[in-house]
Design a protein around this ligand. Structure first.
Ligand code: SF4
Ligand code: SF4
Length: 125
């Protein structure tokens, strides 16, 4: 199954890459224009144009992966440095620098820090 979403503006891919926020979803590879995320057998692509495409084994998984990907982009671009996500991470993988959160290499892609983030919690689908 596939699912697609889009943001109304182009995405700052460098800011997204530096934040590490897509690691909350899965393994990530970047080019200048695309981020490719792999979660088990499912994949998500984030394009600098603002498009997001996912491919998953079921409709439910595709919907969840699309939502997690869009929310992780929102975190990467809209983090206020509140620190709420730090308390949810069981692996101490999130740090705050200059009021912005960064996810580092210790991340196991468990996703526990995504939906607690105020930046995504109050977004209406
Ligand atoms: S809670 Fe920690 S380990 Fe889990 S996805 Fe977030 S940063 Fe990664
Ligand atoms: S919970 Fe707070 S610190 Fe963590 S990503 Fe969201 S806004 Fe940033």
């Amino acid at each position: 199954m596939t699912a697609e979403g889009s943001f109304s503006t182009a995405l700052d891919m460098e800011k997204i890459r530096k934040s590490g926020m897509l690691l909350a979803i899965g393994e990530v590879k970047y080019t200048d224009e695309i981020a490719m995320i792999t979660r088990k057998k499912d994949t998500a692509q984030v394009f600098a144009t603002g498009s997001v495409r996912v491919r998953a084994s079921s409709k439910a998984d595709a919907g969840k992966l699309l939502k997690d990907t869009e929310n992780s982009i929102r975190r990467a671009l809209g983090c206020t440095g509140c620190g709420v996500c730090i308390g949810k991470c069981p692996h101490n993988a999130i740090r705050i620098e200059n009021k912005i959160a960064y996810i580092g290499d210790k991340c196991t892609h468990c996703g526990k820090c995504i939906e607690v983030c105020p930046v995504v919690k109050f977004v209406r689908d």
